[in-house]
Design a protein around this ligand. Sequence first.
Ligand SMILES: Cc1cc2nc3c(=O)[nH]c(=O)nc-3n(C[C@H](O)[C@H](O)[C@H](O)COP(=O)(O)O)c2cc1C
Ligand code: SF4
Ligand code: SF4
Length: 277
Amino acid sequence: MNIKHVWAVYFSPTGTTKKVVCRLSQSIARGLDASWQEYSFNLPEARQRDLSFGPSDLVILGVPVYAGRVPNQMLPFIRDQIHGVGTLAVPVVLFGNRNFDDGLMELRNVLAVNGFYPIAAGAFVGQHSFSEILGAGRPDDQDMALVYELAEQTIKKVLELKEPPNTPVSVEGQDPIRPYYIPKNSQGEPLKDFLKAKPITDLNKCINCGLCVINCPMGSIDPENISQVVGKCIKCCGCIKGCPTGAKYFDSESFLFHRKDLEDRYGGVRAESRIFL
Ligand SMILES: Cc1cc2nc3c(=O)[nH]c(=O)nc-3n(C[C@H](O)[C@H](O)[C@H](O)COP(=O)(O)O)c2cc1C
Ligand code: SF4
Ligand code: SF4
């Protein structure tokens, strides 16, 4: 098939999804001698408009896995405002060394319903947004080698295709998609108040640069008082990892318990990235 434009379209509050989606799509664009463009829908303004793609586009669409699925606050935008018309696509997810559960399956399914033909897919490990040690340094060289392998195989597939395939690429996961992963306490009960947790600010460290206000995907940090999270917090940790002075952090008991629990259970093992063709 003749692809003229390759797109990197992503949500990536702490940058790992952006890294994988951009490198993957740039390699594919080079291999197909096509032009390349990126579209981040991190910010609320970027989710105001609709995105439409045609038969000469190839879209690499990436999101992080949140609670085993596509981030629920991003799902309406992806489902209702990103459409293809006979457009080839490569769904990509990043996950923080626990598991991608049904995140990739859910993303692939939404794309297939929206007029895309998912022809290849990948689930890659990225450093966990909550932690400095879980998936530390990922995606690393080994993960990136798999990204380039996916690029090569996708190029080959596109060049061999005479027309869009009848069935979407097979990926790991369950369909129907399972409920969101729920953080649990030591008794195995849902962690109380986890969803209410919001980052706080050490005003002794804050230099009032305003970066956290500008970059919050939910537009939730008050520009008049950057220590106030006035809207919804999806715990993406963009404000924490993006603060130049390390002034933002979570102190919620349930958040800290969940982070330690994840680190204890998944910190000592290396989850592997996967590609699907
Ligand atoms: C709210 C939330 C939920 C998450 N849930 C999962 C999960 O279920 N499994 C997993 O392995 N990683 C999970 N992660 C980790 C992210 O998927 C991972 O860190 C990813 O690389 C972040 O992407 P980004 O750098 O593009 O923001 C979660 C992160 C957040 C913020
Ligand atoms: S990014 Fe950090 S230093 Fe900048 S305003 Fe926000 S909390 Fe303060
Ligand atoms: S306030 Fe919440 S949603 Fe906004 S950047 Fe920080 S962690 Fe993400």
